[in-house]
Design a protein around this ligand. Structure first.
Ligand code: PLP
Length: 396
């Protein structure tokens, strides 16, 4: 890997220089007042990025996976029923975690490449007249397949069924890059980490709790210790952490939220959409298909690209790394060897995306796939050229 090249994996993402510097702090006494000047703006920033007025933001030294555990262990009890769809590696791992914690997961098997089956969920919820389902799990953006699911639609399904289940949303690869409306969608816990949309190193697990989720905490019987949000809340109430905080990362998070809000969330989302449109235009020009089955499911943060039958897609990832020093994402789980992934989230510009598309073309041509050099690049250039709005960045 050549560290001068951008990475095209769907996390960890490229780090802007300003955020690397923000993470690089000298030792600071975390019991001094300096810490709250980092912690509180970081929490406020996350709340703004997920578009909530009043949610509680908990930030653990952890990763997105710890955010999943924070969501379930603070709100549920052993044997509780939860509803989830398995449509990719990340939804599968969250299901697996729930089972290891003794939850009864009703899994709706869903094709990898499809989104969360909202209509099927509505049927199941409507049939659950005794309200035994305590929580519904949704992976907003399935990073393994490049599929986005309809969380607003899921909220409507819950409401149409008159079902009180809590709504837990994994937004690890969407929050900060794609529109996420915690309040409007009636999300109860949203989960993310530091190393994707927030453009930071891995190391923070973030869980955002609604008032309803907070109300479930005292009655929740699952065991928890490190991830008990009551300890974290007590720490915040006295201006600190219940243990030693990762101060540099938290300062990075404060700055990252500032960067996103300064760019303007709508502009951030439009940039991700445009970059993704260019990548998709390239995929079309190559004559390849996305794993995501319909345009409504296309992710603006990662594209999983199907390679021709009989070709091991993993060769693209290893050849790109060995020959050109560029990282693409491998296929995971059920689509291992069948897709390779281009991550296009975080600190990325059209110009950077063009370099990734050009590299993918060289790699595929080297490996004997029928790809004309320049075909995908030209298609992406058309996307970036004609849809280009006046760029604030170019003026800076
Ligand atoms: C990356 C990712 C995770 C896992 O997060 P970690 O920070 O690696 O623990 C979970 N869900 C989704 C959708 C992801 O993209």
């Amino acid at each position: 890997m050549n560290p001068q090249n951008p990475v095209f994996i769907p996390g960890p993402t490229n780090m802007p220089e300003a955020l690397r510097r923000a993470c690089d702090l000298p030792t600071v006494d975390h019991r001094s007042s300096i810490f709250r000047e980092i912690l509180f703006p970081a929490r406020d920033g996350v709340r703004a990025v997920v578009k909530s007025a009043s949610a509680e933001v908990f930030i653990f030294p952890s990763t997105g996976t710890g955010g999943w555990e924070t969501a379930i262990t603070n709100t549920l009890s052993p044997g509780d029923k939860v509803l989830a769809a398995r449509n990719g590696m990340f939804s599968q791992k969250w299901i697996d975690m729930c089972r290891r914690h003794g939850l009864a997961v009703e899994v709706v098997e869903t094709a990898w490449g499809e989104g969360l089956p909202v209509a099927r969920f509505e049927e199941i919820l409507a049939a659950d007249t005794g309200h035994r389902i305590r929580a519904v799990l949704a992976t907003h953006n399935e990073t393994a397949t490049g599929v986005v699911s309809d969380i607003a639609g899921l909220r409507r399904a819950l409401d149409a069924a008159g079902h009180p289940a809590l709504l837990f949303v994994d937004g690890v690869s969407s929050i900060g890059s794609m529109d996420f409306r915690f309040d409007d969608w009636g999300v109860d816990v949203a989960v993310t980490g530091s190393q994707k949309g927030f453009m930071l190193p891995a190391g923070l697990g973030i869980a955002v709790f609604s008032g309803r989720a907070m109300a479930a905490v005292e009655g929740a019987g699952l065991r928890r210790s490190f991830f008990d949000i009551r300890d974290m809340a007590a720490g915040y109430a006295s201006g600190g952490y219940p243990y030693t905080p990762p101060l540099g990362l938290l300062n990075g998070l404060k700055e990252a939220c500032g960067m996103l809000l300064d760019e303007g969330l709508d502009n951030v989302f439009a940039r991700h959409r445009r970059i993704a449109d260019g990548v998709r235009a390239a995929v079309g020009a190559w004559g390849l298909d996305l794993c995501a089955r319909r345009p409504a499911l296309y992710s603006d943060t990662v594209s999983a690209i199907c390679t021709p039958a009989g070709f091991d897609a993993g060769r693209i990832v290893s050849h790109a790394a060995e020959t050109y020093g560029v990282a693409f994402g491998a296929g995971l789980g059920a689509v291992a060897g069948k897709v390779f992934r281009i991550g296009h989230l975080g600190s990325l510009t059209d110009v950077m995306a063009l370099s990734g598309i050009a590299t993918a073309e060289m790699v595929m041509a080297d490996l004997g796939l029928d790809i004309a050099l320049g075909s995908g690049v030209a298609a992406a250039q058309q996307t970036y050229r004609v849809s280009a709005a006046p760029r604030a960045l170019a003026a800076e």
